[in-house]
Design a protein around this ligand. Sequence first.
Ligand code: ZN
Ligand code: ZN
Length: 187
Amino acid sequence: MHTNQPKQTNKALLDLILLGHVNETAVSIVAANLQAIMGLNTDIRSELAKPDYAYVSGRNQFDAAKIIKKLCSITDGAPLKLGLIESDLCSPILSFVYGESQLGGKAALVSLHRLFAKDPEVTYQRIAKISLHEVGHLLGIRHCWKTSCLMKHSSNLEPLDLLSMYFCSACEYEIKRCLETLLNRDT
Ligand SMILES: [Zn+2]
Ligand SMILES: [Zn+2]
């Protein structure tokens, strides 16, 4: 709990919420990259149960929007929430999603399910890239058309793997501005 701590620049702005068992190395890598690339401090919250309420029977997937709604209902902890799940996610209009986010909202979600590669290094990079992208949306940043910006939309793994681990200067500027606003706001 951080609510009783004095206001300080390193307070956690985002809680990583594990939905069922999530690979521990992946969780640490997401937290490390949010810190290193975005300057976003995170807390890793204890694991929640697998979200049975969002299970889509017949598809063996979980409805991303339902999970995000649930994450939004958590009132304690940091102002932003990023859910991590190993199961596959879908939306009513898409057969699968790597992640989903509320633009300028409170909660985002990333699935590890389709990101696994033979090389674990590649797997962890993909998970970090999708997490940074979804948290970018969470801060209100829309898709970017620059060739190598993490806010560029990746419809499959090929373009995702081509991205470098950074935002373009315009997106980076916006992210900094949004984080400063959040830090200066009493939560
Ligand atoms: Zn996106
Ligand atoms: Zn950009």
